[in-house]
Design a protein around this ligand. Structure first.
Ligand code: A3P
Length: 297
């Protein structure tokens, strides 16, 4: 008998000290034993840091010349599979998609905190691009995402959501742990490039240059221009392959996936007292002066 396919919100649970939902842990052994390749390129982020942006940008950079239509004809989830996602009812398994992939390099998305990254990526010295975004804009973006994505736990109202974000009681755990864990690793790993959303927003040419040099890719001026144009916020918002409309779990009537794409939207959400409280806690938790975030540009 056919069981109706339904996407349902689920509960967070503690998974080795990190708040997770089962859609990202059910395939754990296969994720942990994932076989990386030396030319794999991983895009790692805490959710809402610009994963989709950098994924699409890198895909255009690598394949824009050989397959110019790919960016507007193949859904991003197929071009850049999401390693840990596992929704067998929808035939969606990141590991399986990656194992079947024949193009190279494989571009791989993950939100895993540093301690959960499959060891094969380090053994194979695959290149990893980590993108970090300031905590306040990440919290706002995540709140709206959790409202419109019916796989995520109920976000509740903004005040209660912010409280849970601060405590790390959101999927993939604490923002603080995530960005600092990856930062520390980047200090000793030449195969890991740590980028900031705010830097990308400020000067995409400069950041593209850093990416090309890290990844050892030499696009022509025209290829670079096309990648840059295709990965602009408005272009991605209009592109069905990137704007989330193909993802059944999301309801754009509640909030669009390509929402604002700005630095500083937190100012429209945080009250003065929420901001003061957040700043106090932030100063304590982010004691390392080497890791700086900008909340405006
Ligand atoms: P907002 O909710 O603040 O608008 P992720 O892809 O990691 O889920 O991140 C989503 C955030 O990145 C959203 O932020 C989204 O609008 C923003 N974003 C996506 N594409 C972008 C682009 N090309 N330029 C700037 N921001 C982009």
């Amino acid at each position: 008998q056919d069981v109706p396919l339904r996407l349902t919100r689920t509960e967070l649970f503690d998974f080795h000290g990190v708040s997770m939902i089962n859609y990202f842990t059910d395939n754990w052994d296969k994720v942990q034993n994932f076989q990386a390749k030396p030319d794999d390129v991983v895009i790692a982020t805490y959710p809402k840091a610009g994963t989709t942006w950098v994924s699409h940008l890198l895909d255009l950079l690598y394949f824009g010349a050989s397959a110019p239509e790919r960016g507007v004809s193949v859904p991003l989830i197929e071009r850049v599979p999401f390693l840990e996602i596992y929704l067998p009812a929808f035939s969606l398994s990141g590991v399986e998609m990656l194992d079947k992939m024949t193009t190279s390099p494989r571009l791989i998305k993950t939100h895993l905190p540093i301690q959960f990254v499959p060891k094969s990526f380090w053994e194979q010295k695959s290149r990893i691009v980590y993108v970090a975004r300031n905590a306040k804009d990440s919290a706002v973006s995540y709140f709206h995402f959790d409202r419109m994505n019916c796989l995520q736990p109920e976000p509740g109202d903004w005040a209660s959501y912010l409280q849970r974000f601060r405590e790390g009681k959101v999927t993939f755990g604490s923002w603080y742990d995530h960005v600092t864990g990856w930062w520390e690793k980047s200090q000793t790993s030449p195969n890991l490039l740590y980028l900031h959303y705010e830097d990308l927003a400020e000067d995409i040419d400069r950041e593209l240059e850093r990416l090309c040099s890290f990844l050892d890719v030499c696009p022509t001026e025209e290829e670079r221009r096309r990648a840059k144009e295709g990965a602009k916020f408005d272009a991605m918002k209009d592109n069905v392959m990137t704007n989330g409309t193909l993802i059944k779990a999301m309801d754009p009537k509640i909030s669009p996936f390509m929402r604002k794409g700005k630095v500083g939207d937190w100012k429209n959400h945080f009250t003065v007292s929420q901001n003061e409280q957040f700043d106090r806690e932030y100063r304590e938790k982010m004691a390392n002066p080497a890791l700086r975030f900008r909340t405006e540009i």
